[in-house]
Design a protein around this ligand. Sequence first.
Ligand code: PNS
Length: 162
Amino acid sequence: MTKAVIPGTFDPVTSGHMDVIERATAIFDELVVGVAVSEMKNERGPLFDLNERIEFLRVATAHVPQVSVAPFSKLLVDFVREQGATAIVKGLRAMTDFEHEFQMAALNWRLDRRVETMFIMSAPDYMYLSSSAVKEIAVHGGDLTGLVPPVVQAALRKRFIA
Ligand code: PNS
């Protein structure tokens, strides 16, 4: 039985995240999407509160039975062990991600060598997609079709247009 954690802030989940989650199901029997509470992300905090971010992920992954969603507010490696998982899976987009991801992977390995970090290369369509870019497009009323799951598109429309 192989189990991995896909961690992130998911503020909000994008089609790029969904691509990584769906592709990881071909490698792992079970996946836990770990949603970081993330009060420290920036001074304003996340756009969507923890319950909203979890709900979007639950709706968006409802068709994938081996995926569950859970919040965490501790060290990632501790959350991984607590879940009975042995790996962290992350998406890797452009080279700009590499430095930061390499640092986090090295730190996590230093903290717990039983936990491996693995990367799934972003699909070219999502190479430059990020939650921040999605929020910026939403603020200005741009079309988000295909960039986020429908549940997120509806929530962003409600937040910024309605
Ligand atoms: O979506 P993000 O913001 O890139 O996700 C970052 C996240 C949540 C994976 C990272 O901040 C994290 O692992 N936080 C938990 C605290 C921790 O374990 N830090 C030490 C490793 S750098």
